[in-house]
Ligand binder design. Structure first.
Ligand code: NCD
Length: 303
């Protein structure tokens, strides 16, 4: 059967441990490029920096030639080609794997089935971003035993595919996830307990994952600047991780952010640079994790 990673539902702890252990081995020393002469298609229909470049970097390390598509000027989408047609055409070139980012309307499950090519979700609307959750856990494992950790997400929970994927993975580690964010940006029916302010959340959490406010996904009918201004005032008062929090934050609390960071909105620059912040470690681990995933998937080892 073609191996794919569209969500983390149903992934086993054993698979995760093999993936993490290969990622740690690749971090220690590079392994031979196994897939020379093969290609990987990186198909990005939404903006990306970290995810796209770390997949690209992982491809080179594994010996796969990356074919990188970023929707926008210079592509046939300018001539009206749809994402589905664009994907079907690239799939017809038979790359060894498709790595795809797109909005909620992209029928990823259907496409993965139709193409019969290994398919990786590199960020799917608000539904999930499995490799980000995986690299986050790998990054945390370097610092702390992850079993039983208390993880709070702070920020825009309504649009966070990163939080959605974390909800699928933490039960395997008996961890507990909670949310904290403005009421208008919590899911309509949150699956987990929510804190009303970041101060309460920080008292509870071992790990704080701050999230960007995804202004580009907000209701297009609202006059944006007015909405953004009111929201930013509320965020700074109740939901930002600020310089002032650092002095009372326990030494063992770890701070993550999937990026991109809006300095001075959800997080202060001093927090970004604090010794408890793993934000750039996440980025480094993203390369090893994605390389491990590609190597295992293309050998059919992702059970
Ligand atoms: C995020 C994404 O695109 O889902 N970033 C990432 O991939 N590392 C989060 C965001 O856009 O805020």
């Amino acid at each position: 059967m073609t191996q794919s990673l569209l969500s983390l539902n149903g992934i086993s702890r054993t698979t995760l441990e093999s993936l993490f252990s290969l990622a740690r081995a690749l971090k220690k020393s590079p392994q031979k490029p196994e897939f020379l002469g093969q290609t990987a298609a990186l198909m990005f229909f939404e903006p990306s920096t970290r995810t796209r470049l770390s997949f690209e970097s992982a491809c080179y390390r594994a010996g796969l030639g990356p074919l990188v598509f970023q929707a926008g000027a210079g592509t046939s989408m300018e001539k009206g080609e749809t994402p589905e047609d664009t994907l079907a055409n690239v799939a017809a070139m038979r790359p060894s794997v498709l790595i795809v980012r797109g909005d909620d309307d992209l029928p990823m499950l259907q496409l993965a089935q139709d193409f019969k090519i290994p398919f990786i979700n590199a960020g799917w609307g608000c539904q999930g971003h499995p490799t980000q959750a995986l690299l986050d856990v790998l990054t945390l494992q370097e610092r702390r035993k992850v079993d039983g950790l208390k993880v709070v997400f702070v920020g825009d929970l309504r649009h966070s595919r990163v939080a959605a994927s974390h909800l699928q993975i933490w039960p395997l580690f008996r961890g507990e996830v909670r949310f904290c964010g403005p009421a208008s940006l919590l899911p309509e029916k949150p699956e987990v307990a929510c804190f009303d302010t970041i101060d309460e959340a920080l008292k509870w959490a071992d790990v704080v994952i701050t999230l960007r406010y995804q202004f580009e996904r907000y209701d297009a009918d609202e006059p944006r600047s007015a909405a953004d201004h009111a929201l930013q005032t509320e965020v700074r008062a109740k939901f930002a991780l600020t310089r002032a929090h650092l002095a009372r934050l326990p030494e063992t609390t770890l701070i993550l952010h999937p990026g991109p960071v809006n300095h001075g909105v959800e997080l202060d620059t001093e927090v970004y640079r604090d010794r408890r912040s793993l934000i750039l470690d996440q980025v480094s681990h993203g390369v090893w994790l994605r390389e491990a995933l590609l190597r295992m998937m293309l050998k059919g080892e992702l059970k």
